[in-house]
Design a protein around this ligand. Structure first.
Ligand code: AMP
Length: 362
């Protein structure tokens, strides 16, 4: 079976690494040359709407994406020729914050108050309805904290408008969360589902820095609520594949922030830390295979390597550490790899995190 993947970044690379044991073959499409997945499989280097490239991708048995900023038209076009999972409809909801927030609201999933902003009068109207502090975000193409500004004063609002105005925006109430959590959910072609444990995410300068899996002091009732939210989304979107639901924990209540219609950085720990990785389960789902267990093997952490990789020999000297090098050129703010740490106990894991952090920060 051949899997076509739109996007050839590290997520695509890890999909291929998970798919080879299953006998899957891969073909990637990405406009950027020399992408991380390129070392592992055929990569068509062409724009997203290139007719020849899309013909090549449509020869695959199933096509998926590892990047949500692929044009919906590309996915729609491929869907007329081959199976595409998740669907173009699911992508269209997940790549636009207004549609995503509207879906949360319709499904009864708590989320911050929000309003669409198209021009200055609508920004003023949104500010008077939502109040300050608030967050102004681009509806599409935002990632790693890009395309958003926290507004604490009226002056911030003017500045943010000068920076972000001229494109469709969303104003959201600022959520005073105690921690950020995420849930990776997977739904198969026959509607079967698996949910990984909630994980706890720390960001630095808008980029995921550290994931602890499962989240510390995880309340089973909170896990059940998160699964219920994700289940509603999966069913509403008739979703096939892995989906990440990012949540804010506000004194035990979960507020949905956003969804990613793909495997997700906060699920990288599953490669070594769960019975079945998010990458394998995504492939199982889109290929119509039975899903694997999503339970954690033990306390696990994932540390992103941003800008540069730590010294491999010293990281690997930590018991239970695994290093993933994406084969990317080092550059400021670029995710070039990650480290997974498997602990024997929560305390052992914390000691390993502290040790690995010193290497990453040297
Ligand atoms: P996002 O691109 O929506 O995931 O936002 C990036 C980060 O900004 C989140 O991980 C939060 O740390 C922060 N953030 C986003 N939206 C809000 C909000 N409404 N209230 C408070 N913090 C937010």
């Amino acid at each position: 079976m051949q899997v076509g993947v739109l996007g050839a970044g590290q997520l695509g690379r890890m999909l291929a690494l998970a798919g080879y044991p299953l006998g899957l073959r891969f073909c990637f499409l990405d406009p950027a040359e020399g992408s991380p997945a390129n070392a592992l499989a055929e990569q068509v280097v062409a724009p997203w709407d290139d007719a020849q490239a899309l013909t090549r991708l449509s020869e695959c048995d199933v096509v998926t994406f590892e990047f949500e900023n692929v044009p919906v038209e590309t996915v729609e076009m491929l869907a007329t020729r081959t199976r595409v999972c998740p669907s173009a409809g699911a992508l269209a909801v997940a790549r636009d914050r207004l549609h995503e927030k509207t879906a949360f609201q319709e499904l009864g999933i708590p989320t911050a108050k929000f309003a669409a902003v198209g021009d200055e009068p609508s920004l003023r109207a949104a500010l008077s309805r939502i109040g300050l502090p608030a967050v102004l975000k681009t509806r599409c193409f935002g990632y790693d904290g890009k395309g958003q500004r926290v507004l604490r004063t009226a002056t911030d609002a003017d500045e943010a408008w000068r920076e972000l105005g001229g494109q469709p925006l969303l104003l959201e109430a600022f959520v005073p969360f105690s921690r950020e959590l995420s849930l990776i959910a997977v739904r198969g072609r026959s509607g079967d589902t698996r949910f990984y444990p909630l994980v706890e995410n720390e960001h630095r300068e808008g980029i995921l820095h550290l994931t602890r899996a499962p989240a510390r002091n995880l309340d089973p009732a909170q896990q059940a609520r998160a699964e219920e939210h994700a289940r509603r989304l999966l069913e509403r979107l008739d979703y096939v594949g892995a989906l990440a639901l990012e949540l804010f924990d506000v004194d035990g209540t979960l507020h949905a922030n956003e969804i990613a219609p793909r495997v997700h950085n906060s699920g990288h720990w599953t490669i070594e830390g769960a019975q079945t990785s998010q990458f394998e389960n995504h492939l199982r789902a889109i290929c119509g295979l039975p899903l694997g267990s999503a339970s954690a093997k033990g306390p696990t952490a994932m540390l992103n390597c941003v800008g540069r990789l730590p010294p491999a020999a010293r990281v690997l000297a930590i018991a239970g550490a695994h290093l993933h090098d994406y084969g990317k050129l080092p550059r400021a703010r670029r995710k070039v790899g990650h480290v997974t740490l498997c602990g024997d106990s929560p305390a052992d894991l914390e000691a390993k995190i502290a040790e690995a952090l010193t290497l990453l920060e040297e």
